[in-house]
Design a protein around this ligand. Structure first.
Ligand code: ATP
Ligand code: MN
Ligand code: MN
Length: 307
């Protein structure tokens, strides 16, 4: 076999130690972002992403041909992925084991981009303790007609409701239509407790203000309301990772925002890749991990039965 000519490598820039093939392929056309450009973004964003993303099982949204081509979620990486994207065998509830991807460094993230990944979705638990979630997320999904102002108000109300239960939270623009509210958890409660608790919080909001909120997924129930999607808090469920690019027009980024800053933001897709890198975590300080203690659960039960 003859050695490939050196020029062949010109097309394969090395980013975070990963050779990027088809580097000039256009992934987004407006603003124009090539595969190499996307890899560069993720290499720069990796230090911002890893505190939340590292060591979590991932679901990767791949668009190998870019926005114009097909897209698919991949939870079980097959052959051909760079070794930098690591693999862990995880058993599902039926005891069936399958390979899951996770990253521990920039090379792992860029390795996924090399395979056509645009979006990174994360589990609510880390790989060393998959049965003890460390992250509770409320994904606010506004009905089509609702504007961002209503979503923003809902996020602030949910923050206050969580505060009332003794839980501090932080917010992230999804990069799509909504806002995610995250409560860092101590790794004590199991999925059953976390799932029930998050459902209870969503029900509480829907019960107190049925005209504004619903805890049910159905589109019919959502009419003019905000669906508080608590279903992200199940074993194997995922939510978009902070600083992931979204495979949506304009290449918006899922961006953490401070509660103060949120008041001045006009849409959930407000941050481009450049803008996201420039501000980084800004003054968003995720609170320390908190426990779903007996006191917190009592507070929720009390609020629910009060009606
Ligand atoms: P938006 O603000 O527009 O709602 P989003 O990221 O919150 O953006 P959702 O449709 O609410 O989008 O989905 C929430 C999360 O659920 C996603 O980020 C993703 O992790 C997960 N999810 C949704 N649909 C799928 C799917 N078909 N396969 C795998 N995961 C999914
Ligand atoms: Mn959502
Ligand atoms: Mn949702």
């Amino acid at each position: 076999e003859p050695c490939p000519p050196v020029q062949a490598r010109k097309d394969r820039p090395i980013t975070a130690g990963i050779a990027i093939s088809s580097a000039n392929r256009v992934i987004f056309d407006k603003p124009r972002l090539t595969k190499a450009g996307l890899a560069d973004y993720y290499a720069a964003a990796a230090p911002l992403m890893l505190p939340e993303l590292a060591d979590r099982p991932l679901s990767l949204l791949r668009l190998p041909e870019g926005m114009a081509g097909e897209r698919f979620f991949q939870k079980h990486p097959g052959k051909g992925f760079p070794d930098a994207l690591r693999i862990q065998a995880i058993a599902d509830s039926a005891g069936e084991t399958s390979p899951h991807a996770y990253a521990t460094d920039a090379a792992g993230i860029v390795g996924a981009v090399q395979m056509g990944t645009v979006e990174f979705h994360i589990w609510g638990a880390r790989r060393d303790r998959l049965d003890r979630p460390d992250r509770l997320v409320f994904d606010l999904d506004p009905d089509e007609g609702l504007g961002f102002a209503a979503t923003r108000r809902a996020a602030l109300d949910l923050r206050d409701r969580l505060d009332g239960l003794g839980l501090a939270s932080w917010a992230m623009l999804s990069g799509g239509k909504g806002i995610h509210i995250v409560v860092p958890l101590r790794r004590q409660a199991g999925w059953d407790t976390v799932r029930l608790f998050s459902r209870g919080v969503a029900l509480l909001a829907a019960q107190s203000e049925p005209k504004r909120f619903t805890a049910e997924m159905s589109k019919a129930r959502r009419k003019g309301r905000i669906f508080i999607d608590w279903l992200r808090n199940e074993r194997g469920a995922t939510a978009i990772a902070p600083f992931s690019v979204r495979a949506r027009p304009g290449a918006p980024v899922a961006c953490p925002v401070s509660w103060d800053e949120l008041a001045r933001i006009r849409k959930a897709s407000a941050f481009s890749t450049e803008a996201a890198l420039e501000r980084a975590w800004a003054d968003v300080v995720p609170p320390d991990p908190q426990g779903l203690t007996a006191r917190v659960i009592k507070a929720l039960e009390h609020a629910l039965t009060r009606g």
